[in-house]
Design a protein around this ligand. Structure first.
Ligand SMILES: Nc1nc2c(ncn2[C@@H]2O[C@H](COP(=O)(O)OP(=O)(O)OP(=O)(O)O)[C@@H](O)[C@H]2O)c(=O)[nH]1
Ligand SMILES: [Mg+2]
Length: 397
């Protein structure tokens, strides 16, 4: 390999996750990829690997010392070989050592996804696709990997010169879609709030579909925040159950209440649970005022409350409210499961009021969203050239 510069060396990367598994997949790529693998591949039978037709699996062994590991090698193209070996760390290390010995250099698996046959945005979509938690989010990212966002951006570029008003409408649509797009990997956070004993944990379990949190008639049962990863309508959501909000001398419970408030501040949506089987007390009213953003805020610096759905729970019991509260969005019984489906549907609607239509271009990274914001400002200021420049840099060209 003396005549080759380091940059021209074939590279190898582990495509499967690190750790134990039945099978590990490694990829070797570069101008000399086939020759490098051929050097250390000992076929179970037949000629060396180099003469094998593309996409035909070959069984053999690869190892720098001793018998090595048994592998299946497939030449995918003139410059790409894929290897499947046993999945344990020792087997992978053995194959990797042999590849290094033969002249391949280690690379990050993301390099494979960022291969230069694709554009910057498509490569980013492929990288994010790996971390998509639901089929729905994966489908949207797959469409971006196939060029949906780029097509939309090209359409926008064509509009900027001709029809700025339409360009602004399209840019605004992209801005709205970015609100969903930038959550495809991270998901949303929904937090349950309310006084002790109103049924937050019962509701949490009802939404999650299993007995994840402790439910008890004793007020102050939940102390730590309890979380569960769920999907609603295909949107990944972290649901957080919190300690009931009340003044208390119990130091542990007080810490729990503080954690509940902190969780609320980082939430995309709060579910305020009220107990309809007991009269509303001042504490419930102040929670309502705070979460509905209607309180006389004594602290000018108090953080903005998250959007909130107010639910009246325990409707299976006699109603103890003097009048029905106009602010209540839904009446439910977590105990008997009444109204839970409607609540789940409402959560999805509040988090994602306008899901992107199939095939739509969706900005899915914070930097895309920022570029589109800046583009809208430029268009509003009449600076078409700046808008186009921003668009081209977002496009990666
Ligand atoms: N009848 C009836 N009881 C309910 C309902 N929801 C919860 N409960 C009961 O109310 C009590 C308190 O429920 P939890 O879910 O533990 O209440 P919580 O709001 O999590 O309470 P803390 O953890 O103390 O803040 C339990 O005995 C539940 O079985 C409901 O819809 N109907
Ligand atoms: Mg609880």
């Amino acid at each position: 390999m003396a005549s080759e510069s380091i940059a021209e060396r074939p590279r190898w990367a582990l495509l499967s996750p690190a750790g134990a598994g039945a099978i590990a997949v490694l990829r070797v790529w570069g101008r000399d990829a086939v020759r490098v693998v051929d050097r250390v591949f000992r076929p179970a039978r037949g000629a060396g690997l180099g003469t094998t037709p593309h996409r035909q699996p070959r069984l053999g062994r690869i190892g720098s010392t001793g018998p090595g590991d048994e592998v299946v090698a497939v030449i995918l193209s003139d410059q790409i070989v894929e290897l499947q070996c046993h999945g344990g760390p020792a087997a992978v290390a053995e194959v990797a050592a042999a590849l290094e010995f033969a002249g391949a250099g280690e690379a990050n698996s993301q390099c494979v996804l960022e291969d230069d046959t694709r554009s910057q945005i498509q490569a980013q979509a492929r990288i994010d696709l790996i971390r998509a938690m639901t089929l729905r989010t994966a489908e949207i990212l797959l469409e971006q990997a196939w060029g949906a966002l780029e097509r939309e951006l090209d359409g926008l570029a064509g509009l900027i010169d001709r029809d700025r008003a339409s360009a602004l409408v399209l840019a605004e649509t992209l801005r709205q879609r970015a609100r969903v797009g930038t959550r495809l990997v991270t998901g949303w956070r929904v937090v349950l709030r309310g006084e002790p004993n109103v049924g937050k944990s019962r509701l949490f379990n009802a939404i999650v579909g299993r007995e994840r949190a402790v439910v008890h008639a004793q007020a102050g049962t939940t102390r730590d925040c309890v979380t569960a990863e769920i999907a609603i309508n295909g949107w990944p959501i972290e649901l957080v159950d919190t300690a009931g909000e009340r003044e208390t001398g119990d130091l542990i419970e007080r810490e729990g209440v503080a954690r509940g408030r902190a969780a609320e501040q980082h939430a995309d949506l709060a579910l305020l649970v009220l107990d309809r089987a007991r009269p509303l007390d001042p504490a419930a009213n102040s929670l309502l005022a705070r979460l509905r953003g209607r309180g006389e805020d004594p602290l000018a610096t108090a953080p903005e409350p998250p959007p909130t759905i107010v639910v009246a729970n325990k409707v299976d019991l006699p109603n103890a409210w003097a009048s029905d509260l106009a602010l209540v969005d839904l009446e439910i019984s977590a105990e008997i499961g009444a109204g839970i489906d409607s609540l789940v549907a409402l959560i999805a609607e509040r988090l994602v009021p306008n899901p992107p239509p199939p095939g739509a271009g969706v900005p899915f990274r914070a930097e895309h969203a920022q570029a589109i914001e800046a583009m809208i400002e430029a268009l509003k200021a009449g600076s078409d050239a700046q808008a186009l420049e921003l668009l081209h840099s977002l496009r990666g060209c």
